[in-house]
Design a protein around this ligand. Structure first.
Ligand code: AMP
Ligand code: ZN
Length: 143
């Protein structure tokens, strides 16, 4: 529990939420300001701010709930699909600093956009630049 964290307070039952599913390590509840009917958030019960702060067990526990609830949410609201995503960090639009997975139901012709629409202008990267980025990411993981 992190003091003043609204999602820790939801996980601890201190503030109400429309919980749809719960396991020992994760909880799913309806977003209070939904982008679509059925918009659901999945959080780890213990505080972690960023995706990289999740250890493997907690990441697995969160994604287990994501994979279980996504088809259930789609069925409940008769959706045709869903976007599943995380805003990781303020630059990416994260407002609540407790990692949470958005499950946003989508409907044919709803006027929304794919996840490709979240970033700014697309960079025009040469093959050598892509190679260098791949090398740098690998090095950052190994290092
Ligand atoms: P993000 O911008 O990724 O941090 O998204 C935070 C999300 O949490 C928003 O979609 C909010 O509508 C949602 N939210 C904030 N407070 C609550 C709350 N008390 N219960 C349910 N959803 C919340
Ligand atoms: Zn928290």
């Amino acid at each position: 529990m992190s003091d003043d964290c609204i999602f820790c307070a939801i996980a601890d039952g201190e503030i109400p939420a429309r919980t749809v599913h719960e396991t020992d390590d994760a909880v799913a509840f309806l977003d209070a300001n939904p982008l679509a009917p059925g918009h659901t958030l999945v959080i780890p019960k213990t505080h972690a701010e960023r995706v990289g702060d999740l250890d493997a067990d907690l990441a697995s526990a969160v994604f287990d709930v994501v994979s279980e609830i996504t088809p259930a949410v789609e069925a409940a609201v008769d959706a045709d699909g869903a976007n599943v995503g995380i805003n990781d960090g303020e630059a990416a639009g994260q407002e609540v600093p407790h990692v949470h997975v958005h499950v946003v139901p989508r409907f044919d012709g709803d006027g929304g956009a794919p996840i490709h629409a979240v970033a700014g202008e697309r960079p025009d990267l040469a093959d050598e630049e892509l190679d260098a980025i791949a090398t740098d990411v690998s090095a950052a993981i190994d290092g």
